[in-house]
Design a protein around this ligand. Structure first.
Ligand code: SF4
Length: 219
């Protein structure tokens, strides 16, 4: 797929979904974005936003969370799945950031992924949302959509998928691609079964074309 086509797709989907990020990602504070992303793992946005607001209404930054009683963090973030593990992780990350980085979240992928529970996706969300870096964070939805559209190869790993998407995304659009494709992946291009019958971008989709070809061949 070329850049022009992908820009057309993103603009089309942006009209449908808007570019507004959920509360836990609508924030310029890197520590809050990092915690919000940890909270969001395998959790619906509404629940993540709720836990996020509860946590940060009481504790404001890495220093306060590092010193907070673990049980209180657990209580505050209870709306999200795996809240016990996430509470431990958040406190651990806060302590490390306080100890090694003076309370500031590092602006480096290589350093970020050294933090416990922080992988490429989380690091890229922090870099993109909080630091304004032109990076496309690839979560499970972005991964599936990009592979079905034929942007990345089926067996591509995180880094190859990210690079394939970034190659056809102008710098100024890279920060919105994740949130738009996540919304599209949740509503229409679902895993494991996409709802192609209601998809507005079938004309651009390799997966859709190959399925139609299969049906024709069988008939
Ligand atoms: S046609 Fe189907 S597989 Fe392709 S992008 Fe749309 S929903 Fe996803």
């Amino acid at each position: 797929m070329d850049e022009e086509t992908f820009v057309r797709i993103i603009n089309l989907l942006a009209e449908r979904y808007g570019v507004q990020a959920p509360i836990h990602l609508d924030n310029p504070d890197p520590f809050r974005v990092l915690v919000g992303t940890i909270l969001s793992h395998r959790t619906r946005d509404e629940m993540t936003d709720l836990a996020f607001s509860r946590l940060f209404s009481k504790y404001k930054n890495a220093e306060e969370i590092a010193r907070a009683p673990l049980n209180d963090i657990i209580r505050l973030i209870k709306p999200v799945g795996f809240y016990r593990q996430k509470a431990k992780r958040i406190k651990e990350v806060a302590k490390l950031i306080l100890k090694h980085y003076n309370g500031q979240v590092p602006r480096s992928r290589e350093v970020l992924i050294e933090l416990p529970g922080v992988g490429y996706k989380t690091a890229d969300i922090v870099l993109s949302v909080a630091y304004g870096e032109p990076v496309v964070a690839v979560d499970t939805h972005v991964d599936a959509v990009s592979k079905r559209l034929g942007i990345a190869k089926w067996n591509a790993k995180y880094e190859d998928t990210r690079k394939s998407i970034e190659k056809i995304t102008p710098l100024h659009m890279r920060r919105i691609v994740n949130s738009i494709l996540v919304k599209f992946g949740r509503e229409i291009c679902r895993k494991p079964r996409p709802r192609c019958e209601m998809c507005p971008i079938t004309a651009y989709c390799e997966w859709y074309k190959s399925r139609r070809q299969e049906v024709k061949t069988k008939n």
